[in-house]
Write a protein that binds this ligand. Structure first.
Ligand SMILES: [Zn+2]
Length: 421
């Protein structure tokens, strides 16, 4: 699905006219409502949207929905069968923290703020250039981290344990678990890829590095906080589960050590382009997930987890009639599968296409015309390169149709990066 291929057989005029008609009848989704819908797994946000509960209660009950549902008042206990998409739910709940009372803000940040054991000297930690250290903790609560590994750009906090931490195997004898070696390599590789492609990330703040906490997210989940989580935390820390190899369904896949950190790290970079965290959801969510998977593919060209970015491609391709930016609820697969939109436009328009859309979104925050939704940013960037969006979408549809055959799928997924037009 290269740009050349698209040019080699230009669609005839009648097809193009048909496409224009089609996209007029199926226009991109309008900016969604400002209140996201998290489905049946969440009874708190709808109650808040209806004015039944205050922002204080939203923050408290939202936190409890994720970490301690038994503590919720009966009417807000989520359906057992429904899955809550923590990766978008926690950022939304935390994005409202500044609107809550001082008391509630302190309560929720206190619940989430990670602690180092007293045996770790904080002054020494801040001067430690790189290395690993495990302290001793009298009482290991959920958010007390006994180990930290510091690399060039990251501080990774974790615990070692069979049931509630990282496996302790250290086959190369470098003093830190193999899983941490992989996670650090994955983070640093992602960092090099994203900065090398021109992306910026928020200032790291007092810690000087991006904080990663293995154990602040429930099993199988991960999220990037829109707010700092205390003195050990950078402004937009990554929260993963105690052992990120574990999936929410109880299974385990060690390839996740190589894949997940890169996906979450791109969300950290995205916050540079979304200065107002309350605007993160839901209008921007589909492009956040689509481009996080796109970025992960850019970073892992081969090796462990190198196909995980495409795990939900079917959710996108199976519904070609839906609007380009349609999503079926937060946490559904479609927005992740939409990485293919970012990949196609990168190949067909410009190597910098995704960066240009995020820059457009950031710049629009200060413009008189107001914020642009991702779909408008895509249109503006295509326009900047002198390309017509309808024309491009027709090529995209044809390429997806071809992709829907075994040979086409292999061809696309293995296609090398194009030197752009
Ligand atoms: Zn994500």
């Amino acid at each position: 699905m290269s740009a050349e291929e698209e040019n080699e057989a230009p669609p005839d005029h009648s097809l193009l006219e048909h496409a224009e008609e089609y996209f007029q009848e199926n226009p991109p989704n309008a900016d969604p409502t400002p209140v996201p819908d998290f489905g049946n797994a969440d009874k708190v946000v709808p109650a808040w949207a209806e004015g039944e509960i205050s922002t204080d209660e939203l923050v408290r009950y939202g936190y409890l929905s994720v970490y301690d549902p038994d503590e919720l008042p009966d009417e807000y206990v989520p359906d057992q069968s429904a899955d809550l998409d923590v990766s978008s739910y926690m950022p939304f709940i935390l994005s409202q923290v500044d609107e809550a009372s001082e008391e509630t803000r302190e309560w929720v940040l206190d619940e989430l703020t990670p602690a180092a054991p007293e045996s770790m000297n904080q002054d020494e930690l801040s001067t430690l250039e790189s290395g690993s250290d495990c302290g001793e903790s009298e009482e290991v609560a959920d958010v007390v981290f006994t180990c930290v590994t510091i690399s060039q750009n990251f501080m990774v906090w974790y615990n070692i344990g069979f049931s509630d931490g990282i496996p302790g195997e250290d086959t190369n004898g470098n003093g830190r678990p193999d899983a941490i070696d992989t996670i650090i390599d994955s983070l640093e590789a992602g960092y090099r890829t994203y900065t090398g492609r021109g992306f910026d990330h928020p200032d790291n703040g007092a810690t000087g590095r991006i904080s990663v906490f293995l154990g602040l997210a429930p099993r199988g989940q991960a999220f990037v906080s829109p707010v700092s989580l205390g003195p050990l935390s950078s402004p937009n820390p990554i929260a993963m589960s105690a052992n990120p190899a574990q999936r929410a369904d109880g299974g385990e896949n060690k390839d996740r050590y190589n894949y997940l950190p890169r996906h979450e790290l791109f969300h950290v970079f995205q916050y540079y382009y979304i200065p107002d965290p309350t605007a993160v959801l839901p209008s921007v969510n589909w492009w956040m997930e689509a481009t996080a998977e796109w970025a992960t593919r850019e970073s892992i060209r081969s090796g462990a987890g190198d196909r995980m970015y495409a795990g939900t491609l079917g959710d996108f391709l199976n519904h070609p009639g839906l609007a380009l930016n349609a999503y079926e609820g937060l946490g559904s697969g479609r927005q992740y599968g939409s990485f293919i939109v970012a990949s196609y436009f990168t190949e067909a328009v410009s190597r910098n296409f995704v960066l240009d859309t995020w820059r457009t979104i950031k710049e629009s925050r200060n413009s008189v015309e107001g914020r642009v939704a991702p779909i408008e940013a895509i249109e503006q960037v295509a326009d900047f390169y002198g390309r017509d969006l309808n024309d491009l979408l027709l090529g995209f549809a044809v390429a997806n149709y071809r992709l829907d055959t075994p040979s086409g799928a292999t061809f696309f997924l293995r296609a090398p990066a194009k030197s752009g037009l």
